[in-house]
Design a protein around this ligand. Structure first.
Ligand code: NAI
Ligand code: MG
Length: 369
């Protein structure tokens, strides 16, 4: 079989720092396990704007399409805040999501035992937490037409549309059901069927899908506002939450905070299987942004990026064992007491990006013995 091709896109801010740290673990795997891969490097975000005047060129888009998976850092910087909408760094990211048709965004929220005290919630509420939020990523409020801004009778209006079709709801539903089968066997479908037409359709379609294909899976519908409350009240009631683009954006950030730090949170975005390559289109990135406030200081937590890489091994390359190994090494590295600033706790020793990844590699060396 020819080598896997991975598109590496570090992006802006801390992106290049946490990506470089992650590549050290990739190199470790190449050396010690049967992980062989070809990498391409591409620009996306402010770095691309600086060089080419656009956040993503057509050539880079085509290269990304030709790869088996994309590993992304982060895009954006406040210095681009006043650029026209289409030139903003984040547009490069949105374009990739749209053109690769990455409709399923997977955001795990897992509390690593050594970090249980870094959450703002009480330990008994979050210890052992392991939930997965599946967010629809290509439809709804952020993409659907009509959207825009106009003046009517001297008054300015702006509007977006929360539009979903039955096939769009079904395909995201199937991704969530599949995941639940491999996890805790439970699905919570989230919308606002009480006040939104799109919510009524979402509930109808998900409920029917569960009846037709959800054999043995526990299933419930929940309103999005209640879900927000339940996430901070009793998050362990959930296994897989499936929801639309807008609610998923908010709820996944809320779930993120249960675990303590943005610096620990990976994500995957999946599309359909590409008929040309037989590989599912996929994009992996940390949940955090480019963190311009700490960029260039060598203090960013590299673990969200590294855990995104582990998700890539698991979901794109069927390398669950290697993914487990990396995740186990992260847990061991945290147990050692070394912490980046964002996850510091009393008694721990503060280290930087390189120190943290060195600890992970140490743990890999031990685990591989
Ligand atoms: P952010 O996630 O970049 O930072 C929020 C806070 O968390 C900051 O205080 C930052 O220092 C801290 N933080 C984030 N990641 C960290 C890490 N790995 N280690 C330690 N601390 C970390 O969000 P913010 O500040 O709202 O946005 C900054 C820029 O990033 C903006 O231009 C925004 O548009 C962009 N952004 C890009 C995303 C992406 O590429 N997917 C997602 C979110 C924001
Ligand atoms: Mg968000």
């Amino acid at each position: 079989m020819s080598n896997r091709k991975i598109m590496i896109m570090p992006g802006d801010g801390i992106g290049p720092e946490v990506m470089a740290a992650t590549m050290k673990v990739a190199d470790w795997l190449a050396k010690h396990r049967s992980f062989s891969f070809d990498t391409m490097h591409g620009l996306c975000g402010g770095v691309s704007y600086e060089k080419h005047g656009v956040p993503l060129t057509d050539e880079t888009m085509a290269d990304a399409m030709a790869c088996d998976a994309i590993l992304f850092g982060a895009a954006g910087d406040h210095r681009y805040d006043n650029l026209p909408f289409e030139l903003k760094p984040e547009r490069g990211l949105l374009r990739m999501r749209k053109e690769l048709d990455l409709y399923a965004n997977l955001r795990p929220a897992i509390v690593f035992p050594p970090l249980v005290s870094s959450s703002t919630l009480k330990e008994d509420v979050i210890s052992g937490l392991d939930i997965m939020i599946v967010r629809e990523l290509t439809g709804g409020t952020y993409f659907a037409e009509p959207r825009g801004r106009e003046e009517r009778d001297g008054v300015v209006y702006a509007y977006d549309t929360n539009l979903y079709s039955v096939p769009e709801i079904e395909r995201i539903g199937r991704v969530a059901f599949d995941l639940a089968r491999k996890r805790g066997q439970k699905i919570t479908s989230v919308e606002k069927a009480n006040v939104m037409h799109s919510g009524v359709l979402w509930r109808e379609v998900m409920t029917a899908l569960h009846a037709a294909e959800g054999d043995g899976l526990e299933y419930e519908n929940m309103y999005a506002d209640n879900c927000a409350m339940q996430l901070v009240r009793q998050p362990k009631q959930f296994d897989v939450i499936v929801t639309d683009n807008l609610f998923g954006d908010l709820l996944s950030d809320c779930a993120a905070m249960l675990t303590g730090s943005l610096g620990m949170l990976p994500s995957a975005s999946l599309g359909d299987i590409d008929p040309a390559t037989g590989v599912r289109r996929s994009f992996y990135e940390p949940v955090h942004g480019s963190a311009p406030d700490i960029a260039g200081k060598g203090i960013a937590n590299p673990l969200a990026q590294l855990l995104s890489f582990a998700m890539m091994l698991r979901y794109s390359f069927d390398m669950g064992e290697d993914a487990d190994l990396v995740e186990k090494a992260v847990e061991k590295a945290l147990e050692s007491g070394k912490r980046t600033g964002d996850i510091m706790s009393p008694g721990a020793t503060e280290t930087g990006t390189d120190g943290m990844v060195a600890e992970v590699i140490d743990a890999l060396d031990h685990l591989a013995r």
